[in-house]
Design a protein around this ligand. Sequence first.
Ligand SMILES: Nc1ncnc2c1ncn2[C@@H]1O[C@H](COP(=O)(O)OP(=O)(O)OP(=O)(O)O)[C@@H](O)[C@H]1O
Length: 632
Amino acid sequence: MAKKKAFKAESKRLMDLMINSIYTHKEIFLRELISNASDAIDKLYYKALKENLSDVKKEDFKIELSVDKENRTLTIRDNGIGMSKEELENNLGTIAKSGSFDFKAEHDKEEEIDIIGQFGVGFYSAFMVADKVEVISKQYGSDDAYRWYSENSDGYEIINYGKDGYGTEITLFLKPNTDDENYDEYLETYTIERLIKKYSDYIRYPIMMQVTEEKKKEDSDEVETVVEDKTLNSMVPIWKRSKSEISEEEYDNFYMDKFQDYNKPLEVIHTSVEGTVSYDALLFIPSKPPMNYYSNDYEKGLQLYSSGVFIMDKASELIPEHFRFVRGLVDSQDLSLNISREMLQHDRQLRAIASRIEKKIKSELLKMLRTEREKYEEFWSAFGTQIKYGVYADFGSHKELLQDLLMFYSSKEKKLVTLDEYVSRMKEDQKEIYYISGDDVDSIDKMPQVELLKNKEYEILYLSDDVDEFALQMMQNFKEKTFKNIAQGDLDLADEDEKKKLEEESKENKDLLEALQDALKDQVSEVKLSARLVSHPVVLSAADGMSFEMEKVLSQMPEGNPMGMKATKILEINPNHELFKALQNVYAKNKDEIADYASILYDQALLMEGFKIEDPIAYADKIAKLIVKANV
Ligand SMILES: Nc1ncnc2c1ncn2[C@@H]1O[C@H](COP(=O)(O)OP(=O)(O)OP(=O)(O)O)[C@@H](O)[C@H]1O
């Protein structure tokens, strides 16, 4: 009769504690047992290589799963290195004793060994779903096999046992179902397949199970039931294969399948890094933002694998906010996982990986911009706004990283251009980067302010995204060139003669301008003769500081414009327009009428800027009065 031995008291306590508290999901027990089986095979494979064992063949290695629904058992069988009696005792009888850790420590000096186990607790997760666990093991090279058996994790016994072939066979006797927990599900093929796909798809050895499937008969529509051995895992992860062997279609299908996107990815970034922290990363830039991209539902992050074993779905630390559209995964064997493998112990390694990934994404985007312009523009239309937010966010701390990726519509090129392209084309006398904001390119192109610069052949960037001006303000300059809103402040484009002429005209019309300003004293800070208009009669400009577009964006915020920040408005009148002569005449003939004209001009200028006018009815009545006066 075998002698029953007790777990050491502390171990028993630790075990209860562990079983109930380490893992959030009971289902990970399968991941742990499969990882152990894979480690055991790795160890034998390693031994076979070192010792030239002729009876161990790589192609024979496998992990087999079988269920017995009647007895409610699930068995995991491997043909790995197996355990001796001492090892069963030491490794399964002592919590936090990891034979795998010791193995790795022993051989690591010689070469890098990619073994999963390290804490010596994974095995006990079996007790989350089973009340009895039986382990039958035969060590490679030994004639004796043993059976380790534990009920309710309350001690264990080891007896001699018969077993063909080396390796280990673990049978879980599932717990009875409860109101909250249906343990029977672990006997179902689809649950097992799902768990293998989720956690152990990239275990290097085949995970086999006998499955019963309905299949269409060859050359007929009849369906037959077939029982066959099925390999449940894909084994070699696509990211571990060499890039040259992977077709575009394979990448696309992998992405669409794994990240549930109907569209092919716009770009695939597949990279392997060796260094203090080594990892493989397979990243995808989607071609379109997912439906929920701009909602709180969208979670950024990359999938994280440790040596091919799935750890978590959305490791958000791996991807910065400005590249949150990137999907994909990182696989590293250098992560210090916490004991449940649900979290990482140090974010130092994660930070190191994240920072390299950020640089990699940027350099791939820049390469796309240089070599595949059309594709980049497609990217830009999908995610450009995100990049611009990135420039603005965090007080501009990412602007250096992101500025080369920016694109804006150019008045001259009539397409999107980069800031670098703009600066390289700047005219010799041009000191600033000109831009103007509005609702869309077409309406901006018609704005009175652009005419003069176009005539003088300056290039203007048309900004139509809410975030654009905020991003440029945050940047302040690009390649030492400051940004200048051409609808704001002084443009300083006039030559000396033009300046002098404007000054004289302003002086001569001082009374008229004062009368206009007096009529609009609550609306504008100044009425002046304009140096920026060509064919249009009037325009509103903003003083330096807040622009009209920024004022509009702020007032659209959910909380309104809490600080009440407004642009300072200036009404500019074109001294070379017929309208100005008309105003001079009105003022000369009947000074009282000038207030009505001032209000009409101001309302018109507001409309041109896309603002609402305060009293549209009064405006319409005044226009009607003018028409009557001129024609009746
Ligand atoms: N199928 C197996 N074949 C051979 N040895 C095994 C097997 N399963 C477990 N062992 C041994 O038992 C030890 C303890 O396993 P356990 O799963 O508790 O921890 P681990 O895999 O070492 O570490 P972790 O807690 O990180 O998974 C292993 O290190 C290994 O030496």
